[in-house]
Design a protein around this ligand. Structure first.
Ligand SMILES: [Fe+2]
Length: 308
């Protein structure tokens, strides 16, 4: 498949309670690369492997959570076309000026039916990765920190996930990969969507309160690296929600854990390749525990209740 339209998740802006402590934690424990601060005091990070300027932005605030999640699109023509499609779908859009985020071009910002702020953009400075683009070596990662490959996806909680599904499929060109049904067998409890060949680029769970974040996930290169991440979490007394374990849904391996502000993060590895001709996988209510946590085969209370 030639990738056009929306390419991939590009950035997440998280609210943190103590910016100084968080900068140290995201650098030392997560192993992200600090990429500077802007005039508003926000701190920017990328992984070693990411080539664009940043993928994580931290903002000092009184409450934890996610301000917005951005997707990179193919080019300016795509950005214009998707903005028009959004307007045609009845979605109000706002242009964020170039430079409002460091080294980033204009962004098209809008709210989805669950109240989350989503952005599209096509320009962010290519600063290169740790190994360069000419005759590169393998990036031999021996720490410090977890050192994920990329910021990979997010899971959001809100009411109208049916409206979200319609918008992401019909306007933004995402494909539905997996879904979990409620007891009635027809209503979606949760959906996993992709804009690429990945098992998911964003997921959403039906929830009484809008605009909530369940987690932002980082891709790891192997199951062994997920286990190494668990060791690093214990060494640094990181609060672990669950894992290391496996999801039935997407079949990825995982740890859910919390940053110092209570934002849930995930180290995720695996997941099968998705192509647009594949039919969505459905999980029924009686098997939802095995779907979410394949080894425990039951949900933990925190999965459905702890959000920021
Ligand atoms: Fe995830």
């Amino acid at each position: 498949m030639a990738l056009t339209g929306v390419l991939r998740p590009g950035h997440a802006q998280l609210r943190v309670l103590d910016l100084g402590e968080s900068i140290k934690w995201y650098t030392d424990v997560m192993g992200l690369v600090p990429m500077g601060k802007d005039a508003q005091g926000r701190a920017y990070f990328k992984t070693r492997a990411e080539r664009d300027h940043h993928s994580v932005i931290l903002r000092q605030a009184d409450t934890a959570g996610m301000d917005f999640f951005g997707f990179k699109v193919r080019d300016k023509a795509t950005l214009e076309a998707l903005e028009q499609k959004l307007k045609g779908h009845g979605v109000a859009t706002e242009r964020m000026p170039a430079g409002e985020l460091l080294e980033t071009g204009e962004r098209v910002r809008f709210k989805v039916p669950t109240g989350h702020t989503i952005e599209l953009y096509c320009e962010k400075k290519n600063v290169g990765n740790a190994t360069g683009c000419v005759n590169p070596e393998v990036d031999v990662i021996d720490g410090p920190g977890i050192c994920p490959i990329r910021m990979d996806h997010c899971l959001i909680y809100g009411g109208d996930i049916d409206g979200n599904l319609k918008l992401f499929e019909e306007v933004l060109g995402f494909n539905l990969v997996e879904r979990v049904k409620l007891e009635d067998g027809t209503t979606d409890l949760a959906t996993w969507l992709t804009c690429s060949h990945k098992a998911h680029d964003i997921a959403m769970v039906r929830h009484a309160e809008d605009a909530k974040l369940h987690h932002v996930a980082f891709q790891m290169p192997s199951w062994e690296s997920v286990l190494r991440a668990a060791d690093i979490m214990s060494v640094n007394r990181v609060s672990i929600d669950i894992g290391p374990t496996r999801h039935g849904i997407t079949q990825g391996t995982t740890i859910y854990f919390f940053d110092p502000s209570g934002n849930r993060l995930e180290t995720f590895c695996g997941g099968y390749d998705h192509y647009p001709d594949m039919h969505p996988i459905t999980w029924t209510w009686d098997e939802v525990g095995r779907g979410i946590f394949y080894h425990d085969r039951k949900l933990n209370d925190a999965f459905l209740s702890v959000v920021t």
